[in-house]
Design a protein around this ligand. Structure first.
Ligand SMILES: [Zn+2]
Length: 123
């Protein structure tokens, strides 16, 4: 029950954080442009989509111990928007530079697509 109250607090406070206008085309957002994707005690993930130019942002809103809200806004491409996909990746750790280099080194040695596919463990 307590969690639910906290969530309602977050929901009532995010109107101060969510942008009012699309920064691509300038159209005013309406409340129907905001979709709630995921919600925990102190965190909300929302999708904000402009119904005019189809620009889409993912908003990650975090509430700290003192009740202060902070938001991270990520612009995503229309064709990547799939809520299951967003949920899958939003909890993942960021990829660090060493991991990128490891992949680069492996890819450099691969001669063709068949060799690449043989290395991928498809589940
Ligand atoms: Zn727009």
């Amino acid at each position: 029950m307590e969690n639910k109250i906290k969530n309602q607090n977050i929901l009532s406070q995010i109107s101060n954080i969510v942008p009012k206008y699309c920064d691509k085309c300038g159209k005013k957002y309406s409340h129907t442009d905001l979709d709630l994707i995921e919600q925990t005690d102190n965190r909300l993930v929302c999708k904000l989509s402009c119904n005019n130019c189809r620009n889409i942002y993912i908003l990650q809103i975090h509430k700290d111990m003192d009740g202060n809200l902070s938001a991270k806004r990520t612009n995503i491409k229309q064709e990547l928007v799939d809520e299951q996909e967003i949920k899958k990746f939003e909890e993942m750790e960021a990829i660090d530079l060493d991991e990128v280099l490891d992949v680069y080194i492996v890819l450099e040695k691969i001669k063709d697509v068949h060799e690449l596919l043989s290395l991928i463990d498809i589940k």
